[in-house]
Each structure stands twice: as C-alpha cells, then as structure tokens.
Design a protein around this ligand. Sequence first.
Ligand code: NI
Ligand code: MN
Length: 225
Amino acid sequence: MKLIYLGHSVFMIEEGDFKAIIDPFLNGNPSSPLKPADITELTHIFVTHGHGDHIGDSVELAKNNNALVITNAEISGYLSEKGVKTHAMHIGGRYKFDFGTVKLTPALHGSAIPTENGPRDGGNPCGFIIEVNGKKIYHAGDTGLTMDMILLEVEDVDVALIPIGGNYTMDITDALRAVEFVKPKLTIPMHYGTFPVITADPQEFKRRNKLTDTVILNPGQVYEF
Ligand code: NI
Ligand code: MN
C-alpha cells in the first residue's frame, strides 16, 4: 500500500485499483505539490469535516474522476446538491465497501462548510479508520485530544495520521498522549507548518515519541507498507 503525503492533512492511498484521497486541500494549500488537474483515476474521496482546508477541492476532484465521496451525512447532503456521488456515514458507524472497510471516529472540532451564502452546518467532524487488504490507517482529522481515542486501541491500527500543529488541533504534547491511547504501529504527524499559527517541529514529535516509530513525510513523499 502506498501512502502519499500532499501537505497539511492531505494523504492519498493507493492499493491496486483503489486510489483515494483524504481531505483534498490542494488549491490554496501552500505545501501541496499537486493541483486537482494533476490527479487522475481517483476512485474515492474522504472528507473529515467541512472546513475549507479539508473539504478543499472535493467537488472538482469528484466530478473530474467520477469518484465516490465518503463523509458524514451533512457534508454528503451538501456535496450531493453539487452533483457529487456520495456515501453518507456517521460517527461510530462502520461499513464494508468493495475496497475494504471504513469506520468514522469522533473528532473534537467544528465542521461548518464555507459556502457562497455563508457557513452551512457540516454536522460532526470525524476521523477515519480505513482498512484495505488487512492494512489499517487511522486519519484523526482535526481534533483535540479526547478520551474516545482509547477506544481505538482494539482496532490494531498500523499507521496513525495525527495532527500536531496546535491552535486548531492537538499540539505535540497532546498528540503524544493520543499515540499512547491509540497504540498504532507507526505514526505520521500532519496538520503543521501550513500556516504560521500551526507551526510545529515534526522532529521534536519524532524525538519525544518513544511508543511507536515515527515517519516524517515531506509533501510529495511516499510511504509504502
Ligand atoms: Ni478544521
Ligand atoms: Mn484544519
């Protein structure tokens, strides 16, 4: 399985015919090496919450690729109105797709969708546990530290994608506690450095993380497992 980092909280997952992107914030993302037009043969899009730096270019990507968007019911409703194919789920729900299994996890954050007519209710923000071919990825979304993360230990997560940037989400100290709760095999930090208010040093996170291996990906880099 290939995990490709595109900066901020944007990851692509490639495994056989399955080609997905999580939180596709490409236009306006100073750290993304790719624009929506660069991405082809996309099959699925995951959206953790409605904020612009996460819903991002979902509409354009979904339409260009005829990709299915998997997200909460409120964001699904919004995207359906835009002519996008969606699969609505909600917090705690798990569903078996043809490519594997997806579970929505709780996130402690907001989820308003910016629209031409002002903000629109984007339901509850979430994270995702995505299992493909027996390999499990946890994308935490934007979240503060929450006790609910303890419940994820039994999931046996292989790779956890954890925000460390602070201000809007966990900082490094809280992210380390999240790792303690989830106990993944490996951790990749995200949601840092994109904007001045979320400046954090991933090397500091790596140095202080004694519980799991840490892989720091630069935008455009690939981790294969
Ligand atoms: Ni957010
Ligand atoms: Mn964010």
